[in-house]
Design a protein around this ligand. Structure first.
Ligand code: RB5
Length: 150
């Protein structure tokens, strides 16, 4: 199950991504927004992020004008590793090395075809584990308020 949410700057792109998810046979839960009326992106980032951390959804996709606001907000939710990606290499590495559980996209930065390609890679690439698991564990330590430098 994929959590997906956007602000008013990315409704059209969200619809395109959802169409691709349908074609891929992947179920999703849409947390809004659904119109071009101006909204505050952190509200929608939190809804989708909580769905991921609760286990209700396996991964999440967030979209706003730049992807910046959504990724910054989602990364404030404990347990979220949200990767803002504007290229396919980063999307692949966000999964292989960083075990990102959310993807952020900027609808005013990249076109719909690249956004779909990035999303497909994000959803089909596995985490490599090994030394990367240790590093992701360190991120989790920071996430939980701990330090790596004592
Ligand atoms: C909304 O105008 C815009 O600020 C938002 O979509 C996003 O780009 C924020 O980071």
């Amino acid at each position: 199950m994929i959590a997906i949410a956007c602000d008013h700057g990315a409704v059209a792109l969200k619809k395109e991504i959802e169409q691709m998810l349908d074609e891929m046979g992947l179920a999703y839960q849409d947390f809004g927004t659904d119109s071009s009326a101006s909204v505050d992106y952190p509200v929608y980032a939190e809804k989708a992020a909580r769905a991921v951390t609760s286990g209700e959804c396996d991964r999440g996709i967030l979209l706003c004008g730049t992807g910046l606001g959504m990724s910054l907000a989602a990364n404030k939710v404990r347990g979220i590793r949200c990767a803002l990606c504007g290229d396919c290499f980063s999307a692949e590495m966000s999964r292989r090395h960083n075990n990102a559980n959310m993807l952020a996209l900027g609808a005013r930065v990249i076109g719909p075809e690249l956004a779909k390609m990035i999303t497909r890679i994000f959803l089909t690439t596995e985490f490599e584990g090994g030394r990367h698991a240790r590093r992701v564990g360190m991120i989790d330590t920071l996430d939980q308020g701990g330090t790596l430098n004592e």
